[in-house]
Structure formats: C-alpha cells, structure tokens
Design a binder for this molecule. Structure first.
Ligand SMILES: Cc1cc2nc3c(=O)[nH]c(=O)nc-3n(C[C@H](O)[C@H](O)[C@H](O)COP(=O)(O)O)c2cc1C
Length: 330
C-alpha cells in the first residue's frame, strides 16, 4: 500500500532506492561464532527485519585486538567473506539496502577476550569502559589500522554490501582519536581538531579510493562526548561539515559516552537538529525515536532525513513492518 506519510516517503540517494525513512540502527546482537563468523541464527534475525529501507549491520571488527565483546562479527580476514556475502544477500532479498559498519574498539576492547595489548591514541584509561591503561599507538601502527579499515571495507563490498559505515562514536577508537580526553598526542594525530580527526579523514579517503564511487559511504559520528573537557557539540558540527564533501550519509550519535545515558524519548533530538542545520547531505538520527508522532515532526521540521531504531527492532520481530501498518491506517 502506497502512502504519502512523511515517514513512508521513498528516497533516492545516488541511485540507491530507499523504500521509506526507517533504518535499522547498527546493533551488535552477539550472535556470531566466537571467531566472528556469521551464523544461521544471525542470518535469520536480520532476515526478519523486513520493514526498514536500510539495514546498517552491526559493527564488524577490523582487527582481533579491536574486539570489545564476545561473539562479535568480524570482517578482518578472507574467512569472514562467505558469511558476510550470505548476510548481504538475505538483506537484499527484502529489497533493503545493506550497509556494514566497521570498527576498531581501541581502549574499549576487552583484553581478557582478545588476549592482546590494549591500544589507543594515548596511554589514557577509557573514562567509560575502564579496561586499564592502554599503550599509545605509534604512527606506523596507526597506518596499519588505516590499512585494516580499508581491507575490511573492500571485503564488505566484495561480499555484496551496498555500502560501509565507519564507526566513529560510542567511545571506540575513532572517537578516542577525536576526543581531547583520550587523545593527548603531540604529533599530526593529536592537538587541533583537524589533527584529532585526521585518521578518520585518511581512512575515508583511502576507503573511497579503494571501493570506487558507487558504494555508499557513511560515518556514524559522535558529535558530543557528553563529558567535561571532551568534544563539545560545536566541534562535532565542525567535523560533520567537513565530512559533507567525503561521504553520502551522516549518521549522528554521541562520542566517548553512549547516548543511552541521556533520558528519552528522542534524547538526541537537539544534537541531530543542530547537525542537520549545518550540513546538506542526508542525516540519520537515532535514540528512542519509536513514537511516529515525534519522528514525523522531526522530518517535517527538516531536523532529520532518516529515523534509525535500535532496541525496538532488535527486541521485537517485525517491529517496523507493524509500525508501518499502523501509520498506513492513520
Ligand atoms: C546492545 C546494544 C548494542 C549496540 N551496538 C551498536 C553497534 O554495533 N554500533 C553502533 O553504532 N551502535 C550500537 N548501539 C547503539 C544503537 O545503534 C542506538 O544508537 C541506540 O540503541 C539508541 O537507539 P534506540 O533508542 O533506538 O535503541 C548498540 C546499542 C545497544 C543497546
């Protein structure tokens, strides 16, 4: 059934067709094997999320030392390709756009699980995850991490994904680089905002060069650390504005601190709105946006382009399909 409802409007971005404005937020469900491979259970969970126009598949680790919890998906080696290809195929069967989020956890990694050294921009304990004091990365190691992001991105596209989302929020490595709390470097990767965001932009440039023009490139950007001395929203907006020239869609969230510390509903509404005002590329917002009245209002006021839902979709089968049916009946 066609509908003129704002939330159900079809969208077109660089030739990719979005059947509505709903997006499945990246949300790790810990259903991969302990080696990070796709399982049948993981496939069937994603296949049941038929409603949203785009599925941003949960974070896949780009390196063994970048794993923050057990049964996390990996995209770090050729062995992961077959499962990722099945996953992209299942998502496409539901006429959805398939995007894979890729990540390195940095000092939020779990050393008990990885059995490897904790690595970060600087030897500063993560203020939220508190895993112990990491070792500061050398420039050579930073270059290597960049290469691993690029390899995983290439693998995801080879597996059939329509695009990539670079994870740069919720306290993981790229948000650690962005934050003056966790990044105390004195070289080209620390100090000014330009230096703190250098790795993100270098990764994006190399990923784009490697995967070519066609795939969608997204960043989930932590625009506010929600901590004194951390990245404030006005700095997050400056990074967002610079991203415009490099990426296709901007996914807005929080930096060192995850958004769920804020009271809902729509706990990031002001953040999303301020970012959207500053950029001209499409913006995805998340954070307890289940109420279609609030979501519709945000779209109507041009505060956001896509509504991402995390917990609701993951906790209830067919959540978005049911929501769409309700909206269509209005
Ligand atoms: C268990 C859990 C796992 C999550 N995994 C990811 C993830 O892999 N990548 C990511 O960017 N955000 C992740 N998030 C954050 C969600 O994508 C989303 O931003 C957050 O839950 C707020 O949206 P909601 O109120 O619709 O759930 C996770 C959140 C939870 C609770």
């Amino acid at each position: 059934m066609k509908s003129n409802h704002l939330l159900l409007q079809e969208q077109n971005i660089r030739g990719y067709h979005f059947k509505n404005r709903y997006v499945c937020a990246p949300f790790d469900i810990a259903k991969a094997t302990k080696e990070g491979l796709v399982t049948d259970e993981l496939l069937s969970i994603y296949q049941q999320r038929k409603g949203p126009s785009m599925i941003i598949v949960e974070q896949a680790a780009i390196a063994p030392e970048g794993q923050y919890r057990n049964n996390l998906l990996f995209a770090d080696r050729e062995e992961t390709l077959e499962g990722l290809a099945k996953l992209a195929q299942r998502i496409h069967q539901n006429q959805q756009i398939a995007v894979l989020q890729i990540n390195h956890a940095g000092s939020a990694a779990d050393p008990e699980l990885t059995k490897r050294e904790l690595l970060a921009p600087s030897p500063v304990e993560h203020p939220v995850f508190k895993r112990g004091t990491p070792r500061g990365l050398t420039v050579k190691e930073i270059q290597n991490i960049k290469a691993l992001f690029v390899k995983s991105a290439e693998r995801a596209i080879k597996a059939g994904f329509d695009g990539l989302e670079i994870h740069s929020c919720h306290g993981f490595l790229l948000s650690q680089f962005l934050s003056p709390i966790t990044n105390q470097r004195r070289d080209q990767y620390g100090g000014s905002l330009e230096n703190r965001s250098r790795l993100l932009f270098e990764i994006l440039r190399e990923v784009r060069e490697t995967i070519g023009k066609k795939p969608l490139l997204l960043v989930r950007l932590g625009v506010d650390d929600l901590l004194p001395g951390g990245v404030p929203l006005k700095e997050g907006i400056r990074v967002a504005k610079r991203l415009e020239a490099t990426i296709d869609i901007l996914d807005v969230s929080t930096g060192l601190t995850p958004p769920l510390v804020l009271p809902g509903p729509a706990m990031l509404r002001e953040h999303i709105k301020e970012v959207k005002k500053a950029v001209s590329i499409p913006v995805i917002g998340a954070g307890e946006l289940e109420d279609p009245v609030i979501a519709q209002d945000m779209v109507k006021n041009r505060e956001v382009d896509f509504i991402a839902l995390g917990r609701a979709i993951m906790n209830q089968d067919n959540y978005v399909e049911d929501l769409i049916l309700k909206i269509q009946k209005q």
